[in-house]
Design a protein around this ligand. Structure first.
Ligand SMILES: Nc1ncnc2c1ncn2[C@@H]1O[C@H](COP(=O)(O)OP(=O)(O)O)[C@@H](O)[C@H]1O
Ligand SMILES: [Mg+2]
Length: 185
């Protein structure tokens, strides 16, 4: 089974995946960097465009040679690489802004990610492209607990159903005007 751990930057994907020793984790950003799987540059957003097709080929080659029953991909685009299951990490936009600020993101990048999280961009993409989708709210949950949730979902424990999408609605919890004015930063 191929699992994509995804979510807006700052939701805690890398922190939680670093704790997972039980399964092989592929850090897509490292592969993209090492193999130069870049297909262009998004000038408006000041980011590189990842060669998703090249990455898909590389992953299927890896899976062919792998004996593992579960492989996890970590990245905010892992849900776009045909995983059997996507686990979307979520964070209240107010907390997300603080995490990204601490990480040294520019004001513009914080706004972009806070707005994307607010309106469920990655969740919607995951629902459009993956058969099984779950979401975990990491706002007030330490990475160790998030890790246990991920393992329970992957292993099909019955409380995995707690993580079916639809429970999180940041629009109800956040002062949208404050977000737009950038007051969360
Ligand atoms: N569950 C969590 N609770 C509180 N802070 C967290 C949690 N997960 C990550 N962080 C912090 O938030 C920041 C972003 O985490 P990171 O793992 O880099 O996110 P991502 O890989 O999704 O961009 C880091 O400073 C990290 O220490
Ligand atoms: Mg990361």
């Amino acid at each position: 089974m191929l699992v994509g751990v995804t979510g807006t930057p700052g939701t805690g994907k890398t922190s939680v995946c670093k704790l997972i020793q039980e399964y092989k984790v592929i850090y897509l950003n490292s592969i993209v960097k090492n193999q130069k799987l870049i297909s262009g540059r998004d000038k408006k957003r000041d980011t590189t465009i990842v060669d998703l097709e090249g990455l898909k080929k590389m992953i299927s080659k890896f899976l062919k040679n792998s004996q593992d029953s579960v492989t996890i991909m970590e990245s905010h685009y892992s849900h776009l690489l045909n995983p059997d299951m996507a686990i979307v990490l979520r964070t209240n936009p107010k907390e997300l802004a603080q995490r990204l600020k601490k990480k040294g993101y520019s004001r513009e990048k914080i706004m972009e990610n806070v707005e994307a999280e607010l309106v469920d961009v990655i969740l919607v993409e995951a629902l459009e492209s993956c058969k099984e989708v779950f979401e975990i709210d990491t706002t007030a949950k330490p990475p160790e607990e998030v890790k246990n949730d991920i393992l329970n979902i992957i292993r099909g424990e019955k409380h995995k159903f707690e993580f079916l999408p639809g429970k999180i609605n940041w629009l109800e919890e956040v002062d949208i005007e404050a977000v737009i004015k950038g007051e969360l930063i």
